[in-house]
Ligand binder design. Sequence first.
Ligand code: PLP
Length: 389
Amino acid sequence: MQTIYLDNNATTRTDPDVLAEMLPYLADLYGNPSSMHTFGGQLHKKIEEARAKLADLLKADPSEIIFTSCGTESDNTAIMNALETHPRKRHIITTRVEHPAVLNFSQHLGRKGYRITYLPVNDAGRLDMEMLTRSLDDDTALVTIMFANNETGVVFPIDEIAGLLEGRGILFHTDAVQAVGKLPIDLNTLKVDMLSLSGHKLHAPKGIGALYVRRGGRFYPYIIGGHQEMSRRAGTENVASIIGLGKAAALARGFLTEEAAAVSRLRDRLEAGLLGSCPDVRINGDTKNRLPNTTNISFEYVEGEAILLRLNEYQICASSGSACTSGSLEPSHVLRAMGVPYTAVHGSIRFSLSRFTTGEEIDRVLQVMPGIIRELRQLSPFGRGSLTL
Ligand code: PLP
């Protein structure tokens, strides 16, 4: 049985072309790019080529890209940079539906005495813009709002938020880990100050990320040590993965429009098929402003984990909530913030597709799902009709 991988918001397959480009730098070309000798020093040029490719995908200047170890590091760095830039300001605005890389770090800063505003979302997962406007004050150092939600795929109005903040002396960071490679992003026109991304969400390997920092402001490094990355992020460069991320960015640029349309057609087919074949099913989140590859579906009166286990028997990989919180059996903080009913939160499954997803794979899921749901509902103590909550 072939694995059907529909968990691409958790991580993606490394593209074979990315891997091929990386391999020499994991084998023979193992030098240190900071070395004086040619063997190491030649790698410096490869890093700069990768930086240029990533900048090209984002329509940024290469000097605005800092390589990091992951999306989480990029998020933490961006937040700390804002606080260092505005040492007298103590207020951060974010949302209730951020990834833990922002949410838990904000809570950590809250415990250290910073004032954190967590903006609510409505039942479609859309941001309350009025509340954002009302929350801004002279003490606000940073607004950090994700580009697209990892659980529902809902895309936030980053352009509108940037417009609202322009000229107010407040830094704007967006966690675009789920958006880069899936949506076109033009940082020439999109006025964000900082943007985080992560290699393993766009077919590069795990353990490589980047932070975009707009030219003009000061930058305070978070990881302090050597002079790598123009003294903006210390630590010997992860050369092979940086080269891989550059290649992944170049591939994403080529695939972006066509791929996004093909992937969203498959996602829509999956959704329509499930809605048509399983009763008591709902799609969570704004279906108009959504990543092309993501659907978050609630199967009422069943446990999401039970569905995942049954899917696993067919070698179908999906996810309930975010991979970082699944396993804790805590209901998704994103769906709770959206006010999704208890029975629907517990039966929610995220399917996230990629350019490697095929129509046959979607058909296979549609073939097995109705039986799984029927069976589980018969077994469930929360079976349809017996729930009194
Ligand atoms: N932000 C978002 C929206 C994510 O989905 C993730 C990973 O799932 C991260 C940040 C963290 O990225 P990384 O796994 O590279 O640390």
